[in-house]
Design a protein around this ligand. Structure first.
Ligand code: SAM
Length: 284
């Protein structure tokens, strides 16, 4: 028989006991459906020797599922009440796995050190900070090779969007600097307590090497931010501030092999890397 996971009754009991009132600011929507947890864990494709980083373990729904699939789970939670309770919940529902869990009380947007180097990220992310959390973790934990995150469905589509798509934007390009991103499914509202107003989406990723360029990551990201800050303008106009003038932007774009009349939403991360390498300060 599959190991027991937390359902609506257990989640309510834990929340009552802790006097937790789920807050919107912390994106607290707890999964109350074991099938959804099994689906997320299966889609994450975790090997038994892996160390999984979970952001926002909450009351432990996903943590329990992950502990069955991985060697260790490192759970980063910002809410002190939830972080303090988690080890006891695991002790209660899966005592044999209690020693495989580390709980870190921290903001996942700022965390720089973890007790173990994680190989995978699997999380039901707090929705309002999902993109900055993912980018921060990609940047500071190169040991993360792959993962699966649940975010707002629309954000899932943005993260997985490819050049030329209407919703392709800053999250799509920046995440692709680090990893191949792919949409891995939609999750309905009713598997959560409280139920959010919109559907959730799953995004899987596999890490790759960033594009080869003499520009730094920061320089490439500055070009991306500039191009999308005025996404309806041509790149020549949108990058004028970034390059110093529209003429300098045109020179950099031509040197990078990019049409100055094109728009940012058509460009791959490799093209942004090439543009950044031809910034007047670097081209010199
Ligand atoms: N994993 C649980 C589940 O699936 O039921 C809870 C997911 S809930 C969508 C998001 C969780 O992230 C909450 O437990 C919340 O307290 C936590 N959280 C919010 N902001 C955070 C941050 N900046 N760093 C770490 N955890 C955060």
């Amino acid at each position: 028989a599959p190991a027991p996971l937390l359902g609506a009754t257990e989640i309510r009991r834990l929340a009552d006991e802790l006097d937790v009132r789920p807050t919107k600011t912390l994106g607290q929507n707890f999964v109350i459906d074991g099938n959804t947890i099994r689906r997320i864990v299966a889609a994450a494709d975790i090997s038994p020797d892996e160390i999984v980083l979970e952001v926002g373990p909450g009351l432990g729904s996903l943590t329990l599922g992950l502990l069955d699939a991985a060697a260790r789970v490192v759970a980063v939670e910002i809410d002190p009440k939830l972080a303090a309770r988690l080890p006891r919940t695991i002790e209660e529902f899966r005592p044999e796995k209690a020693a495989s869990l580390d709980v870190v009380l921290s903001d996942a947007m700022r965390v720089r050190e973890l007790p173990h180097a994680p190989t995978a990220l699997v999380a039901n992310l707090p929705y309002n900070v999902a993109v900055p959390v993912v980018l921060h973790l990609f940047e500071h934990f190169p040991s993360l090779r792959h993962g699966l995150v649940m975010v707002q469905d629309e954000v899932a589509d943005r993260l997985a969007a490819k050049p030329g798509s209407k919703i392709y934007g800053v999250p799509s390009v920046k995440s692709t600097w680090y990893a191949d991103m792919r949409k891995a499914g939609v999750v309905g509202k009713n598997v959560f307590w409280p139920a959010p107003k919109i559907n959730s989406g799953l995004v899987g990723f596999s890490r790759h090497e960033p594009p080869v360029t003499p520009a730094s990551r920061e320089q490439v990201f500055a070009a991306i931010d500039a191009a999308f800050a005025q996404r309806r303008k041509t790149l020549r106009a949108a990058l004028a501030g970034w390059a110093g003038s529209a003429a300098a932007a045109e020179t950099a774009l031509r040197a990078a092999g990019v049409d100055p009349q094109a728009r940012g939403e058509k460009l791959s991360v490799e093209e942004f890397a090439a543009i950044a390498a031809h910034h007047p300060d670097l081209a010199g």
